[in-house]
Write a protein that binds this ligand. Structure first.
Ligand code: ATP
Length: 366
């Protein structure tokens, strides 16, 4: 069993609280991603699991063993960093074998493990090369190989792909996912890239200012963000946020945003009604703004008159930057829609996909 459990883990550097009361149970075989902006405490949390940083308070368990006082080398973990720091004078084989040699593994066992890892990573033909004779992607694979040969209980990865160019990063992302399917080793993966988090994680831990904002599988994070921060952080282009207030008119619950008035139906109606007369923030993702005339026609209650400020064609889709009174909106629409800068455009919001947030707490209203 290689569960990893963090209980009330806090880390202070002097006055700075880098991580605050972090609670998480990572299941055996799970691939969990820590994501958040620079300085949110994700690396510090990973380094505490690794034993490279002492916890100020709280407990960390790896495979049911309390490891607070266990040195890194005895924690049965393997780390992969962004600067993979291969030994330049050693060839690929020696780089992968090095950690096992230090641990005094018998030579035949080292050989078996290195060749097995090389086969998994497609490095069989490169074993004699020095790091400088490898591409960035190949070097990163060697760094992974070094972790794999250890056969650890847990992989800890800190932005392992961030030194690679965009194309290679996408490719390595898939390779890492396949590797995890094959080895099933419990993995904690740190990144600031929400796309990486969404595509790789079984579950994602979103952090901000040292505090967990939400823990959820990718789709749930996208569909049901717990607060404004998560809603704005996950998804590209980002969710639109509109300030307004809730008005209840007879049996109608309306979001009144000045230039736009949206009738709220479905699941949101009841919770929204509790905010009658109060300010709220309405969130709508760019793809949930509809410009298709047939949709707009049939959804009079969520229609918005807008002016197209910028059209950004991306081939498979088009981003429209719209202005509706005092509000700016980004919409993601079908490239078949013929519009130009300066055009007037009537859009409609898909109210099933509308989010509401309390402006004071910034929490989702449900
Ligand atoms: P990044 O993506 O930039 O690496 P991060 O989310 O991994 O950011 P951390 O490196 O964990 O963030 O840092 C969290 C906070 O702790 C930051 O405010 C950082 O300045 C502070 N911090 C980290 N390490 C130390 C240290 N050794 N001494 C003092 N403060 C530190």
């Amino acid at each position: 069993m290689a569960r990893v459990v963090l209980r009330g883990v806090t880390k202070k550097f002097g006055e700075v609280v880098a991580v605050r009361d972090f609670n998480l149970e990572i299941e055996d075989r799970e691939f969990v991603v820590f994501v958040g902006p620079s300085g949110c405490g994700k690396s510090t949390t990973l380094r505490m699991v690794a034993g490279l940083e002492e916890v100020t308070s709280g407990e960390i368990y790896i495979g049911d063993r309390l490891v607070n006082d266990v040195p890194p080398k005895d924690r049965d973990i393997a780390m992969v960093f962004q600067n993979y720091a291969l030994y330049p004078h050693m060839n690929v084989y020696e780089n992968m074998a090095f950690g096992l040699k230090l641990r005094k593994f018998p030579r035949h066992e080292i050989d078996r493990r290195v060749r097995e890892a090389a086969a998994i990573l497609g490095l069989e033909n490169l074993l004699g090369r020095k790091p400088r004779e490898l591409s960035g992607g190949q070097r990163q694979r060697v760094a992974l190989g070094r972790a794999i040969v250890r056969n650890p209980k847990v992989f800890l990865m800190d932005e392992p792909l961030s030194n690679l160019d965009a194309k290679l990063r996408v490719q390595m992302r898939t390779e890492l996912a396949k590797l995890h399917q094959r080895l099933q080793t419990t993995t904690i993966y740190v990144t600031h890239d929400q796309v990486e988090a969404m595509t790789m994680g079984d579950r994602i831990v979103v952090m901000k200012d040292g505090v967990i904002q939400q823990v959820a599988p990718p789709q749930e994070l996208y569909d049901r963000p717990a607060n404004v921060f998560v809603a704005g952080f996950i998804g590209s282009p980002a969710m639109n946020f509109l300030r307004g207030r809730i008005v209840v008119e007879g049996d109608r619950t309306v979001f009144d945003g000045g230039a736009l008035r949206i009738h709220l139906n479905g699941a949101l109606r009841q919770p929204a009604a509790a905010y009658a007369g109060k300010p709220v923030i309405l969130g709508i993702r760019p793809e949930d703004i509809e410009a298709d005339p047939a949709f707009v026609e049939t959804h009079p209650g969520t229609r918005v008159e807008s002016v197209v400020e910028v059209v950004e064609p991306l081939g498979s889709e088009v981003y429209l930057y719209l202005r509706a009174g005092e509000h700016n909106l980004t919409a993601r629409v079908d490239p078949g829609l013929r519009v130009q800068d300066g055009d007037r455009l009537t859009i409609a919001l898909n109210t099933d996909k509308v989010h509401l947030f309390d402006p004071e707490t910034e929490r989702a209203i449900r």
